[in-house]
Design a protein around this ligand. Structure first.
Ligand SMILES: Cc1ncc(C[n+]2csc(CCOP(=O)(O)OP(=O)(O)O)c2C)c(N)n1
Length: 328
C-alpha cells in the first residue's frame, strides 16, 4: 500500500532533497578519504548522518537569505549553493576554493549565495544570524538570517543573548539546533539538565519546535513554516533537530569510547538518506533505479570536484594579504 508524501511536499521537492543529501554525503566521504591521504589542510569535521537538516532548511532559502554556520559546515555550504568544486578546492587549500584557498573547512565563505561563513568558534553564528535578521527587518527586506549550531553551542552565552535579541526585535531569524547529542566527546546529558533545546525557546517567548533531524521531510516542513512566518513579520523560531553524527567528531579522531557502539549502529540504521529513499518508494514516488541514477550523477560530480581541486594551483604567496581588509 502506498503511503503518500506529506501534504504540501511534491515529488520534485523530495527528489531535490535526496539529491542534495547525496551531494553532501558523497562529498564528505570523498573529503574524508582525501584527508586521510594528506590533501586536506586543516581540520575536517564531517556532517555524515545530519544531511537532512541542511538540505531541508536551505531548500527554502534564496541567495539573499544569510546563513551562519559552524565548524561542521560542509553541508550548510553545499545546500546554500557552494559547489562541490569550490568546497574541495577550499579544503585542499587551492586558489579556486570558495575562500581562494585561504580559509579551509572552517572558513568557507560565499556571500554571493548567502553563505556568510563557517567558523571554528562555537556559537557566535547565533548572534550573527540574529543581527542579520534584525538588519533585514530594519531595511524592510523579506529575507531571513539562519544560524546552524550544535547542542554544545546551546550552553554558550551567545545562544541566550542571540535568542533574546531576536525575540525582542522580532527579527526574521531561524535558529537551527543540530542536536547530535555530543559536543566533541562530552554527552549533552552531562552538560545540561534539560536536553530538550526546543523548550528553551519558551524563555524568550518564541516558538520552539522539535523535529526528527534524520527525517528530511519533517525538517523541510518545519523549516518551511518557520521561514514563511519570519518573512511575514512573525519573528524568530528555534527548531531543534534531534540527530546523530555517525563519524568521529573530526577526521582522525576516535568514533567511540565516549559513546556506545550500539548507538552508532542504531543511528546508522536510521540513516537520513535511507529514510528518505524509503519514504519515496513507499509513496510510489520514485523507483530504486531513479534513486540510483541520482546517486550516480552525484558520484560523477563529486569525482570531478576532487580532480578539479587536485589540479588547481595553490594561491600565489605574493597575494597572502589580499582579501584581508576591505578595499578602501
Ligand atoms: C567558543 C568555543 N569553545 C570551545 C571550542 C572547542 N570546540 C570545538 S568543537 C566543540 C564541540 C561543539 O559541539 P556542538 O556545538 O554540539 O557541535 P558538534 O561538534 O556536535 O556539531 C568544542 C567545544 C570552540 N571551538 N569554541
Amino acid at each position: 500500500m502506498s503511503s503518500r508524501l506529506p501534504a504540501g511536499v511534491t515529488r520534485d521537492q523530495a527528489l531535490a532533497l535526496y539529491r542534495m543529501m547525496q551531494t553532501i554525503r558523497q562529498s564528505e566521504e570523498g573529503l574524508a578519504k582525501a584527508c586521510a591521504s594528506g590533501l586536506v589542510h586543516g581540520a575536517c569535521h564531517t556532517y555524515v548522518g545530519e544531511e537532512a537538516i541542511a538540505s531541508g532548511v536551505c531548500a527554502h532559502l534564496t541567495h539573499d537569505d544569510a546563513v551562519f554556520s559552524t565548524h561542521r559546515g560542509h553541508g550548510h555550504a553545499l545546500a546554500k549553493g557552494v559547489t562541490p568544486r569550490e568546497l574541495f578546492a577550499e579544503l585542499f587549500g587551492r586558489e579556486t576554493g570558495c575562500s581562494h584557498g585561504r580559509g579551509g573547512s572552517m572558513h568557507l565563505f560565499k556571500p554571493e549565495v548567502g553563505l556568510m561563513g563557517t567558523s571554528g568558534i562555537v556559537a557566535p553564528c547565533i548572534l550573527q544570524a540574529a543581527g542579520a535578521g534584525y538588519s533585514f527587518k530594519l531595511r524592510g527586506l523579506p529575507h531571513v538570517g539562519v544560524a546552524f549550531f550544535g547542542d554544545g553551542a546551546s550552553n554558550n552565552g551567545a545562544f541566550h543573548e542571540g535568542l533574546n535579541l531576536a525575540a525582542i526585535y522580532q527579527a526574521p531569524t531561524l535558529f537551527v539546533c543540530e542536536n547530535n547529542q555530543y559536543a566533541t566527546e562530552v554527552a549533552f546529558s552531562y552538560a545540561t539538565r534539560n536536553t530538550d533545546v526546543y523548550k528553551k525557546a519558551a524563555s524568550f517567548d518564541m516558538p520552539g519546535i522539535c523535529v526528527d533531524g534524520n527525517d528530511a521531510l519533517a525538517v523541510y516542513q518545519a523549516a518551511g513554516e518557520a521561514i514563511a512566518r519570519a518573512r511575514a513579520g512573525g519573528g524568530p523560531t528555534l527548531i531543534e533537530c534531534k540527530t546523530y553524527r555517525t563519524r568521529a567528531h573530526a577526521e582522525g579522531m576516535r568514533e567511540s569510547g565516549y559513546r556506545p557502539l550500539e548507538d552508532i549502529e542504531a543511528w546508522k540504521r536510521r540513516d537520513p538518506l535511507k529514510l528518505l529513499a524509503g519514504r519515496l518508494s513507499a509513496a510510489d514516488e520514485a523507483s530504486q533505479a531513479e534513486l540510483d541514477a541520482i546517486a550516480e550523477q552525484v558520484r560523477l560530480i563529486v569525482e570531478d570536484a576532487a580532480e578539479f581541486a587536485r589540479n588547481s594551483p595553490y594561491p600565489d604567496g605574493a597575494t597572502a594579504t589580499d582579501h584581508v581588509y576591505a578595499e578602501a
